[in-house]
Design a protein around this ligand. Structure first.
Ligand code: MN3
Length: 206
């Protein structure tokens, strides 16, 4: 069942120290409890006086941004995106591991990008290339191929064309306490946190 207004922040699916040493307890508290929570609160505030949009799921809000009234379009775009992006980001991580699980998703990544290492380099380069705040994504396109895309701010790839599978948050709030300005080091370590089993379930259910 899809959630609708009023949206509620989802608790992390792990304890706050689970991603140590690569993402600190302190970063996760700020990121989840402050930043993500604020997107949830602002999305609810934007929709408060618009009951005709309160029965839409997050995905359907994002697929139908053109129908959202001008008065709340920017707020809904930014905050529905902020909620959607953070929920996938948090859910896509787990306790660190140096090994990569072999499953349907990782096999498909190898099919599309030649090797896991090639994919990793391309994904890292995409994460580094975002100027300012944004995201790097692995998505499935309408031709059933996997591709890497980037978005700025809290924009989401067009969900009418792309189905997101995983993403890395490259806003400074995601890494600054732990890495200061060293986004490449954060990106390198993020690969160790990818929850391949969970993401494989998403991939198989697309
Ligand atoms: Mn963030």
């Amino acid at each position: 069942m899809k959630e609708t207004y009023p949206f509620k922040a989802k608790p992390l699916p792990y304890t706050y120290d689970s991603l140590e040493p690569y993402i600190s307890t302190e970063t996760l508290h700020f990121h989840h409890d402050k930043h993500y929570q604020t997107y949830v609160d602002k999305l609810n505030a934007a929709l408060k006086d618009y009951p005709q949009f309160q029965n839409l799921s997050l995905e359907n809000l994002l697929k139908n941004l053109n129908d959202i009234p001008e008065a709340i379009k920017t707020a809904v775009t930014n905050n529905a995106g902020g909620v959607y992006n953070h929920e996938l980001y948090f859910a896509g991580m787990t306790a660190p591991s140096d090994s990569v699980v072999s499953n349907e998703l990782t096999n498909e990544i190898i099919n599309n990008f030649t090797s896991y290492e090639d994919w990793k380099n391309e994904m890292k380069n995409a994460a580094i290339s975002v100027f300012g705040s944004g995201w790097a994504w692995l998505v499935k396109n309408n031709d059933n191929g996997l591709q890497i895309v980037t978005t700025k701010d809290q924009f989401v790839p067009d969900l009418n064309i792309y189905t997101p599978i995983l993403l890395i948050d490259v806003w400074e709030h995601a890494y600054y306490l732990d890495y200061q300005n060293l986004r490449p080091n954060y990106a390198d370590n993020w690969f160790k946190l990818i929850n391949w089993e969970y993401l494989n379930d998403i991939f198989l259910n697309i």
